[in-house]
Design a binder for this molecule. Structure first.
Ligand code: HEC
Ligand code: HEC
Ligand code: HEC
Ligand code: HEC
Ligand code: HEC
Ligand code: HEC
Ligand code: HEC
Length: 328
């Protein structure tokens, strides 16, 4: 009996040793990016693989959103692909095949956080903010990609694909409503590498940091709005605390003014009691009763009227902006 146990133990040990040996060997496909347990803010992400082209003839990248197939050829070993993610937890499967047979599978776990969705606001602690744009990380890409900044302050690219950032980040602005500096690929007008009081801990971690809170950046270009809103008696808390990015995506989104969700869902995310079927006794607010947008009556930003009720001047200002947009 004791002998048998010893044999079994030896067998287990042998298995463990071989497993170790195998994992020490370089797998046929090395996942250079993304990093494991990365915490990200956007739903697009780069995947970069180094593939042993003798061992592998195709690679599939799968997640809950979709599937991408890479055909491997002998002439190149580095493969780059942009994938789409969903909010919250994501698992990427990177499967390598030879003649139809699966020979290797690797996984990456990622978390997309968003400030406006209570369920995605506080990611599980294993996910960590990681930064890509350091000299060291970029050195792997430099042989094929120009990593320098080639934008000129305030001058839009005539052909945006000429921006050095475009090759890797082109998916970022692909949504119905996009923000002018982003679609013109003037990325460093915000990503100037500086930090603010909300993200001081990030100092020096990446060349392209953006200062948080973001309002001073936004107001640097939106001077009229800054002046106007500052002059008003009542200002909305998320505006006053400078977190424009809570409601607006700085790049692009499927919704007007690139807000992160349809307007009413934005407001209801923080003002749950306004999802109403009948009028509340202590308030004249109509909430969702008649299916109007909250911004038909309230400014999301500021007003001289209490509860940021929209004044006639404010309505006129927005209308004339609307006309201006239509003329363009
Ligand atoms: C051996 C050359 C080579 C190296 C090294 C390389 N790339 Fe690429 N990359 C390319 C080419 C070529 C393309 C154009 C798209 C294509 O045909 O694959 C590309 C495209 C991309 C794309 C866009 C993919 C898409 O779906 O449109 C991303 C993102 C990217 N690279 C990121 C990186 C990063 C990050 C690194 C460094 C870690 C890197 N690449 C290193 C050659 C390279
Ligand atoms: C070779 C590909 C490549 C090029 C070129 C590139 N990036 Fe990136 N960038 C990445 C990857 C990979 C990440 C990591 C997150 C991801 O996959 O989207 C990243 C992340 C970022 C981030 C988040 C902060 C960080 O350091 O992780 C910013 C901001 C950014 N890039 C801006 C830019 C700007 C601005 C340019 C042009 C000057 C640029 N990138 C050019 C590949 C690239
Ligand atoms: C108006 C300011 C602004 C402009 C212009 C802008 N960004 Fe951003 N970007 C931000 C902010 C703010 C964030 C932080 C995430 C958030 O709060 O939305 C961000 C986040 C990112 C991220 C994601 C980092 C992460 O955490 O996953 C990437 C990548 C990025 N930006 C690249 C770019 C590129 C490339 C351009 C040019 C096409 C660009 N940005 C233009 C403000 C801007
Ligand atoms: C580099 C200059 C620049 C920066 C920085 C900037 N914007 Fe803009 N933004 C523009 C331009 C240009 C337009 C298009 C012209 C316009 O309508 O004002 C625009 C348009 C907008 C619009 C749509 C307005 C409309 O009436 O169509 C919104 C919303 C907006 N920006 C929000 C922001 C937020 C939020 C920030 C900060 C995260 C920001 N912007 C930072 C230049 C900038
Ligand atoms: C509480 C959410 C929220 C916050 C915070 C917020 N916005 Fe907005 N913003 C909106 C919504 C919603 C609209 C579109 C209103 C509509 O459809 O009439 C808008 C429209 C705009 C417009 C175009 C209309 C106008 O009034 O000129 C600009 C510019 C703008 N926002 C800039 C900013 C800037 C800059 C900040 C930060 C200082 C900011 N926003 C903060 C929700 C917000
Ligand atoms: C990120 C959270 C957040 C979002 C999103 C948000 N609000 Fe607010 N709102 C607040 C906070 C915080 C206050 C100030 C505390 C309070 O009085 O409830 C406030 C106050 C208000 C008030 C004044 C309440 C009072 O009693 O003085 C109104 C009106 C209002 N918000 C309307 C809106 C509308 C309309 C939207 C959508 C465009 C919106 N809010 C989106 C957080 C938010
Ligand atoms: C038809 C116009 C109208 C619409 C639509 C509307 N409101 Fe109101 N809201 C008001 C008025 C008027 C008040 C002031 C109530 C008072 O004086 O008693 C108010 C007050 C508020 C307040 C302050 C606290 C309170 O209950 O008095 C909040 C917060 C608020 N609204 C949020 C919202 C949100 C979120 C939406 C969209 C889901 C919305 N409102 C839609 C007219 C409207």
């Amino acid at each position: 009996m004791r002998e048998l146990k010893a044999i079994v133990r030896a067998g287990v040990l042998l298995l463990a040793v071989t497993a170790c040996l195998f994992s020490a060997e370089t797998p046929p496909t090395v996942v250079i990016l993304p990093q494991e347990n990365a915490l990200v803010h956007e739903v697009t992400l780069s995947v970069v693989l180094r593939v042993d082209t003798k061992a592998v003839d195709s690679v599939k990248i799968l997640n809950a959103v979709g599937e991408k197939q890479l055909d491997i050829n002998q002439s190149k070993s580095i493969y780059c692909k942009t994938v789409r993610l969903e909010l919250g937890e994501n698992t990427l499967h990177i499967r390598s095949y030879k003649e139809g047979a699966l020979i290797n599978e690797q996984m990456r776990h990622l978390y997309v956080t968003s400030p406006l969705y209570s369920q995605y606001k506080y990611p599980p602690t294993e996910y960590k903010r990681q930064f890509f744009h350091t000299d060291n990380n970029e050195s792997t890409c430099r042989s094929c990609h120009d990593m320098s900044v080639n934008e000129q302050k305030g001058i839009a690219f005539i052909d945006v694909s000429e921006s050095n950032c475009y090759a890797c980040h082109h998916q970022l602005t692909k949504a119905k409503y996009a923000h002018a500096p982003s679609v013109n690929w003037l990325c460093t007008s915000c990503h100037n590498g500086k930090v603010g009081s909300d993200n001081a801990w990030q100092a020096g971690r990446s060349k392209f940091l953006v200062a948080k809170p973001v309002n001073s950046l936004c107001f640097g270009c939106h001077k009229k709005n800054a002046k106007l809103w500052k002059s008003y008696r009542f200002r909305h808390e998320p505006l006053d605390s400078g977190r424009c990015n809570k409601c607006h995506n700085s790049h692009a989104s499927p919704y007007k003014m690139f807000v992160r969700k349809p307007v009413n869902s934005i407001c209801l995310g923080c003002h749950k009691d306004k999802r109403m079927k009948v009028k509340q006794r202590d308030s004249d607010c109509e909430g969702t009763i008649k299916g109007k947008e909250c911004v038909a009556c309230h400014s999301p930003h500021a007003s001289d009227k209490q509860f940021f009720l929209m004044s006639e001047e404010e309505k006129k200002r927005l209308e004339s902006k609307q006309h201006e947009r239509e003329r363009r």
